[in-house]
Design a protein around this ligand. Structure first.
Ligand SMILES: Cc1ncc(COP(=O)(O)O)c(C=O)c1O
Length: 387
């Protein structure tokens, strides 16, 4: 390997949300494996580009240029075969705020918005905070795998103005197949429902699966879809606050941009632009090695649970760097499980009910960390639940 993902780097004192337990009333010794950023340094080509920009020393108002657009569009064309147009693209500070803005721009208060729990919790907060109605098309968990209940999705969509798709899915780790996406898209089309397709985890896909951009499957899907992307998950750039949103339909895009402006937001920050361009220009090799390292981490968990803690089950991940762990065989209530994980195991994970009530009995563990840290986390699990 050219890049060293084994290196443990101190993150306390670096304004990291993930590594300041005291700020949340947690003990210093707790092991942070919760929020979805990585404990790895970003690709060297990104740091070099940022250093060069810092040397320039002027940080005035910024805007993307032609090369920036070419690079971003090139990434999606090369990796996913998705041909896009420059005018579809808007830069925002993040996917979560894009979702809030899109909900406000494309629906009315009281409108129904469908999500598929257990799912990334800010979807739920965005629906609640904007006074829309949450409609849950709960995923079906059977034999350790999650699938979509299409009949229920169609019922919920009939009462909805918007569907927020998580693709690949956080926290259950599914990478939706072409057929699954096709079916979901067709249901939305049949009922004139707009889709926010949050594809931020698009680059984390393991052998055997393939990510399809929803908007690329069919021109009619492109017409109803707001595609949220960002280099932030892939290259560990969340603190630089830049996401790229694709909205092919000019009318929807106009409404989105008007709402964006009315929130007082304007041009993106310069460091986010520099990092994104450097990442998509030169980060592919680093990303390839990262994916194999993460695959190794999942291998370690799989083997560890199988041999040492067989009552805890890893929901087989197809994508993302988030392990969705099924503790239901232990029979604890969600609250009791959260307490044991925190106080007995000394682990800072995300309790399953954060993603909806149907997450009871599960915990989400972020495995984007050096293998030694992951091993420590697993040892703590064994010490707490092994007997
Ligand atoms: C599905 C999903 N969407 C969005 C985000 C956050 O995106 P941003 O930091 O750009 O708001 C995350 C972060 O974990 C995520 O998992």
């Amino acid at each position: 390997m050219r890049f060293n993902f084994d290196k443990v780097i101190e993150r306390q004192g670096t304004y990291s949300i993930k590594h300041e337990p005291a700020a949340r009333g947690l003990p210093d010794a707790i092991l942070p494996m919760w929020v979805a950023d990585m404990d790895f340094q970003s690709a060297p080509c990104i740091t070099e580009a940022l250093e060069a920009r810092v040397k320039h020393g002027i940080y005035g108002y910024s805007m993307p240029d032609t090369e920036y657009f070419d690079t971003v569009q090139g990434w999606f064309e090369q990796r996913f075969g998705w041909k896009t147009k420059r005018e579809w693209l808007a830069q925002t500070p993040g996917v979560v705020n894009t979702i809030y803005i899109a909900i406000r721009a494309l629906t009315e208060p009281g409108d129904g918005v469908v999500i598929q729990q257990p799912v990334y919790h800010p979807f739920m907060y965005a629906i609640r905070d904007t006074g829309r109605r949450l409609l849950n098309n709960e995923l079906v968990y059977d034999e350790g795998r999650y699938t979509v209940d299409y009949a229920d999705l169609e019922e919920k969509i009939k009462d909805a103005a918007l569907f927020i798709l998580c693709s690949p899915h956080n926290p259950v780790g599914r990478v939706w197949t072409r057929e699954e996406l096709q079916k979901m898209g067709e249901i939305c089309l049949r009922h004139g429902v707009i889709v926010i397709s949050d594809e931020i985890h698009q680059d984390f896909v393991y052998p055997g699966s393939r990510h399809y951009m929803l908007a690329d499957l069919d021109e009619s899907f492109a017409d109803i879809t707001v595609t949220c992307t960002s280099p932030s998950k892939t290259f560990n750039l969340a603190g630089l606050q830049l996401s790229n949103t694709f909205i092919p339909n000019g009318e929807l895009r106009g409404r989105f941009l008007k709402m964006y402006k009315s929130c007082g937001l304007n041009e993106p920050g310069v460091m986010g632009l520099v990092a994104c361009k450097a990442a998509y220009d030169g980060g592919a090799e680093w990303l390839g090695e990262l994916i194999s390292y993460l695959g190794g981490n999942f291998g370690l968990i799989r083997e560890f649970l199988h041999t040492r803690l067989p009552m805890v089950r890893l929901v087989e991940p197809e994508g993302t760097y988030l392990a969705w762990l099924d503790f239901s065989e232990l029979g604890h209530s969600a609250q009791e499980l959260d307490r044991l994980i925190r106080d007995k195991a000394g682990l800072w994970l995300v309790g399953g009910t954060t993603f909806g009530d149907c997450g009871a009995g599960f915990q989400r563990m972020n495995i984007a960390c050096p293998r030694s840290v992951l091993s420590e986390g697993l040892a703590r699990l064994e010490a707490a639940f092994g007997s």
